[in-house]
Design a protein around this ligand. Structure first.
Ligand SMILES: [Zn+2]
Length: 193
């Protein structure tokens, strides 16, 4: 660092102490060339992660938004909020570890999906129907099959005929279509077939 008075590079640090209510460290320095004193402040860089949508728009990663989508997926399901908070924390921690400045929104959705798979099968299918943009009954079956072949630990395999109530299917149909109101939504007949 250059001395602000003479531009010399080396200083002696006279003391270091917490500053700005513990959010920074203040170092008192003395220039080795001109002998004048000045202070520097060191503070942690704020970690920021931007979620990048497929159309290229970016928004700062928002943990509250993650929490809201988990709450919507788990509506009327016997899932304690504490469990969802812990899941959001894991998602956030993993994403900040894996991505430095930008993360595709698909990656966020995929990570949330992983958590829901362990938490609640109905919530998982609901979220998957939006995230994976189910277009056909086959898409729907694929997700149910994936639940059956790799069930959450400690639980018995899911049988969609007994474990997926009609309300869950209704949810899937009424979920907002991510492609907008004009896109063709899956028709009820195709889901009941
Ligand atoms: Zn100096």
């Amino acid at each position: 660092m250059h001395c602000p008075f003479c531009g010399h590079e080396d200083q002696k640090v006279l003391d270091s102490r917490p500053a700005r209510e513990g959010d920074a460290i203040r170092r008192r320095r003395e220039c080795l060339s001109c002998g004048r004193r000045f202070s520097t402040f060191e503070h942690p860089e704020l970690p920021r992660l931007y979620a990048v949508k497929r159309d290229g728009t970016r928004q700062e990663f928002d943990r509250d938004k993650c929490m809201r989508s988990l709450l919507i997926a788990c509506r009327k399901r016997p899932v304690p909020v504490e469990k969802l908070k812990a899941a959001v924390e894991r998602v956030e921690r993993d994403l900040f570890e894996e991505y430095e400045t930008e993360v595709p929104t698909q990656a966020i959705g995929g990570r949330i999906l992983q958590e829901l798979k362990q938490i609640d099968p109905v919530a998982y299918v609901r979220f998957a129907s939006v995230y994976l943009e189910f277009q056909t009954l086959t898409d729907f079956r694929d997700v149910l099959d994936s639940l059956r072949t790799s069930p959450p630990s400690g639980k018995s395999p899911i049988d969609p005929r007994t474990n997926l109530p009609d309300s869950a299917v209704t949810e899937v149909q009424t979920n907002p279509n991510p492609q907008g109101p004009n896109a063709e939504a899956p028709r009820p007949e195709s889901l009941k077939a």
